[in-house]
Design a protein around this ligand. Structure first.
Ligand SMILES: NC(=O)c1ccc[n+]([C@@H]2O[C@H](COP(=O)([O-])OP(=O)(O)OC[C@H]3O[C@@H](n4cnc5c(N)ncnc54)[C@H](O)[C@@H]3O)[C@@H](O)[C@H]2O)c1
Length: 393
């Protein structure tokens, strides 16, 4: 992951987190392991946490062997323990991290409820995904958020590539793989109609990827602008009663609880497949109606049953995480001298986002045009008083 590595090298040179404890709470698979190992170049102590359903125990064990602090299952036998996730989450916060890279804001919420002692050492967090930003915004507006959080998810170098491209591709490929593995390749060939719930960046990616595999895709989206955007992109939109009876495959890309509830399930024909791209608990109501075929137990299909997002995409997401960590650590650490970040949800700053994109272009072998710099604020070529309709006499 060269872009991430480049950003980490810059952070290491600045030395702003040397000696600090950084807790990384992300799906624990090889790309996250590479991030954790590389982050050690900064001089920080690194720990990882992940729930059992989002952990590859072999990877967790390898990280533990390499000296990373691991709060996750390191062998398959541990996966049977029903208290494993709660115990590991509590232990990860008791490790007293200074900085947290969170996913779904699960540990941030734990620290604001049952594990408040963690707030004494936690100085800030960076949040990876849309479903984590939503509760954080609610906490901030209720005055309940007690640390600064950077909304990594909302940075263009995350949403435009991870949510909009990588997630759609990896979710649709993992969906088709799962269908082939459990019901045979003919079941994949027989798929004709797909319905995607939600036309945010993830839904857009899923709809495009499903279409590229020859499926006819329709979209259920309550936001009129996004629904219109789906129509312009060539997808039919409508309500569940209209679209579901014909569906062979349903993909939920909302990250909203009970998106495919029992009423909607009742509209589907027996044998229809259900897949989740969003990934929050209960996105598809369970147990599913008899005859429906739920894939990957209703977990986010690309990371519970597939290999997660493509490497190149995660390189950009992790590089944006590192940019956020730099922004956070450097601004909050200045707190001793007077400047600090009050608790709130902040965007990744523009310069950092451009830095990630520029580094990625350079790594891929592309360059940007050298245009003459304008000194005008706003970039116009002439002073705003110069305009088209001035009288000449
Ligand atoms: N699987 C992954 O690797 C992965 C990666 C990135 C994001 N995500 C998750 O995917 C989910 C979607 O992300 P996004 O960035 O597109 O979010 P978003 O909020 O931009 O879009 C979600 C869309 O769903 C629509 N929606 C909400 N409830 C609905 C319902 N009941 N029926 C139909 N549509 C509904 C909303 O109007 C919105 O347009 C989030 O939970 C995010 O965390 C997963």
């Amino acid at each position: 992951m060269p872009v991430t590595a480049g950003l980490i090298s810059e952070l290491a040179e600045r030395g702003s987190i040397s000696g600090d404890r950084v807790l990384v709470s992300l799906v624990l698979e090889p790309k996250t392991a590479a991030l954790a190992l590389k982050l050690r170049d900064t001089g920080a102590k690194i720990a990882v946490f992940a729930s059992a359903s989002e952990t590859d125990p072999g990877i967790a064990a390898a990280l533990a062997d390499a000296g990373v602090y691991v709060f996750a299952a390191t062998d398959n036998a541990q996966l049977a323990d029903p208290e494993l996730d709660a115990d590991n989450a509590a232990a990860a916060l008791a490790w007293q991290p200074h900085w947290l890279v969170d996913d779904g804001a699960h540990l941030i919420r734990l620290a604001h409820t049952e594990a408040e002692a963690a707030l004494q050492t936690l100085r800030g967090a960076a949040e990876e995904t849309t479903s984590g930003i939503r509760p954080l915004n609610e906490m901030a507006s209720a005055g309940e958020l007690r640390m600064p959080v950077i909304a990594v998810n909302d940075a263009a170098t995350k949403t435009l590539f991870d949510n909009r491209v990588g997630t759609g591709e990896s979710c649709v490929i993992a969906t088709l793989d799962q269908i082939a593995q459990s019901h045979g390749c003919d079941a994949v060939r027989e798929l004709r109609q797909a319905v995607v719930y939600g036309y945010g960046p993830v839904g857009q990616g899923c709809a495009r990827a499903a279409r590229s595999f020859g499926l006819t895709v329709s979209v259920i989206e309550p936001d009129p602008v996004r629904a219109l955007s789906a129509v312009v992109d060539g997808f039919a939109v409508g309500g569940s009663a209209q679209l579901l009876p014909r569906a062979d495959l349903v993909i939920s890309a909302t990250g909203v609880w009970n998106t495919v509830g029992h009423a909607d399930q009742g509209l589907l024909r027996p044998g229809a497949f259900l897949s989740v791209a969003g990934g929050i608990d209960g996105e598809i109501a369970q147990p599913v109606a008899p005859g429906l075929r739920l894939l990957a137990d209703g977990g986010g299909i690309n990371y519970t049953a597939g290999e997660g997002n493509p490497l190149e995409v995660m390189d950009l997401s992790f590089a944006t995480q590192v940019a956020a960590l730099s922004q956070l650590t450097e601004t909050v650490k200045k707190g001793a001298g007077g400047e600090s970040l009050p608790p709130d949800v902040y965007p990744v700053n523009d310069a950092a986002v451009k830095r990630v994109a520029s580094m990625a272009l350079r790594v891929y072998g592309y360059s940007l045009p050298q245009l003459p710099a304008t000194e005008r604020v706003g970039g116009a070529a002439q002073h705003w008083r110069v305009h088209r309709y001035k009288k000449t006499n």
